[in-house]
Design a protein. Structure first.
Length: 203
C-alpha cells in the first residue's frame, strides 16, 4: 500500500519549494530588526523567514494580506517580488522603511479585512484570527488562495489558526525539515502552509 501521510507529502512539497532557492538579503532584515532592538515581543526567526520566502518565490502571489506586522520582517519577505501587500498590527505601529507596495493598518485583522475589496492570493498569519474574521475571509478567499502560518508548533498560535480554517478542500503542510534550512546555515523553521488540494502531474 502507498503511504502518503501528511509528513511525507509535506516533505515533498518543501523539497520542491526549496529547489534552487536564492538567499535573502539579510542586511535588510537586520535593518528592520533595528526598529525594536529591545525585542519587546516575539519576532519571526530567520529559518521561518527563509521558508516563507520559498513559498512566495515559488507561487509569486499578486495580492497578499498579513495579520501581525510587528517590525515587518515577514512583510518584507512577502512583498519582495512586488506583490500588493496589506498588513495589520493593532499593538505595534512601526513605520517600515521599505519602498514597495505595502499598506499598513494599525487596526485589528477584522477591520483590515473589512477594508479590502477583491480577492487575495495569499494570507500570512502571524497573529490570532478573530471570530469576526471568518465572513471576511470567505469573501476574500479564492479556491487557489494559499495560507501561511507562523509559529506552527506545540500549542502556539499557528496551530490554533490552522484549526480555524476549513480543511475539507485544502491540505495542511507541516513546517520544513531542518536539512532544508541548514543549507542557509539556519535552524528550525515554524512556518506551515495550507494549500488547495493537490493535483498529481504525470512528471
Amino acid at each position: 500500500m502507498l503511504n502518503l501521510n501528511r509528513k511525507r507529502v509535506s516533505r515533498a512539497i518543501w523539497d520542491t519549494l526549496f529547489a534552487d532557492l536564492p538567499d535573502l538579503p539579510w542586511h535588510m532584515i537586520e535593518r528592520l530588526e533595528a526598529l525594536d532592538p529591545a525585542r519587546r515581543t516575539g519576532s519571526t526567526n530567520h529559518a521561518s523567514l527563509i521558508a516563507l520566502w520559498a513559498v512566495v518565490r515559488y507561487y509569486q502571489p499578486d495580492r497578499i494580506a498579513e495579520v501581525g506586522t510587528y517590525i515587518g520582517k515577514s512583510t518584507f519577505v512577502l512583498s519582495r517580488l512586488g506583490a500588493d501587500t496589506h498588513t495589520c498590527d493593532m499593538s505595534h505601529d512601526f513605520k517600515l522603511p521599505i519602498a514597495t507596495r505595502i499598506t499598513q493598518y494599525n487596526t485589528t485583522s477584522t477591520e483590515m479585512f473589512a477594508k479590502l475589496d477583491g480577492k487575495i492570493d495569499l494570507l500570512h498569519l502571524d497573529g490570532r484570527l478573530q471570530p469576526d474574521d471568518k465572513p471576511h475571509l470567505e469573501r476574500l478567499f479564492m479556491p487557489s488562495t494559499i495560507i501561511t502560518l507562523d509559529d506552527f508548533e506545540g500549542i502556539e498560535k499557528g496551530v490554533w489558526n490552522a484549526m480555524q480554517i476549513d480543511l475539507s478542500q485544502r491540505i495542511l503542510v507541516y513546517p520544513p525539515e531542518r536539512h532544508l534550512t541548514e543549507r542557509f546555515a539556519l535552524g528550525d523553521a515554524t512556518t506551515a502552509i495550507i494549500l488547495p488540494n493537490l493535483r498529481l502531474t504525470p512528471q
